[in-house]
Design a protein around this ligand. Sequence first.
Ligand code: HEC
Ligand code: HEC
Length: 273
Amino acid sequence: MRRMVLVGLDSPILHCIYRAASIRCTALVETEHSERVVSVSDVQPPGTKGNSDPGANREARLALTRKFVTGAALLCALVLSNAALADDFDRGRALYDLCKQCHGVDGDGARLFLAPAIAGLDQWYVEAQLKLFRSGARGTNPDDVGGLRMHPMSQWLKREEDVTAVAAYVASMPKQAPAPEVHGGNVEAGAGLYAVCGSCHGAKGEGDQSKNSPPLRNMSDWYLVGALEKYKAGIRGANPANTNAVLMRGMANILQSDQEIKDVVAYINTLNE
Ligand code: HEC
Ligand code: HEC
């Protein structure tokens, strides 16, 4: 009976601890756990298994078992709130298996697939863009080759929770600094042009959620060029359902030529962390 209770407690407690506790906490439990496994076999009714008399050892182990269960339950209560988060994180990681086909295992992007670096992008922005793709407010313009690729991918995320989980996972990935692929930009000229951009995207390209403006540093430069071209051409930012893109379309028109686009992107490349 006692054994059943202990075993019953076993998996949820360990599950939650292994998922959510700090490394130190996990190590602690692992040590105690190996002791406890011995204890559990000792609690079996005499005769059901082996015959060696645990004797005094048995009592000591039982005490240890009880101590462990109490301790583990306390730990579990402490980390329970984090356990849900950890589950989301695991779900996000699992969902990212799809994303990595194009965005790369490290989230550094792949030009071949037109998929930009996304590792370490702010969660609010990833979430917002996934919702826009899902609703079709982004990625449905017939001239938007990249967007048309991403739009159906976003629809694999069936639930709001999936969007949040994968966005949290993407945001947790270490930022990448993809090797520059756009050449011929003038950094100094770009710095001058960037002054106005920085009022929304931040002086260091770090983004500003209060202005719905994503970070621009640590992105794929070829993607930034492509995005600016798309805004200017109205391939992105023509759908009134996407108000931020409509706003940004106006800003992109500040850039007068392909050269100015390259210049500003060359400057943004220097902001990479
Ligand atoms: C088939 C390839 C492919 C897969 C798989 C894919 N994406 Fe994309 N993704 C793209 C492309 C291409 C773009 C660029 C769209 C554009 O040019 O506007 C993109 C754009 C994005 C953006 C916008 C980035 C920005 O800076 O605005 C986010 C966020 C994103 N993807 C997240 C994801 C997530 C999360 C997954 C997995 C659920 C995923 N993608 C799966 C191809 C893919
Ligand atoms: C008034 C604020 C504002 C200014 C100024 C501004 N932007 Fe933006 N920018 C935004 C917003 C908001 C978005 C998000 C648009 C969207 O969701 O499509 C954005 C998006 C972008 C994107 C797409 C990023 C991505 O990950 O897909 C690029 C590239 C960009 N801006 C570059 C620039 C450059 C270069 C300048 C200066 C010439 C500039 N922006 C000026 C607000 C601004």
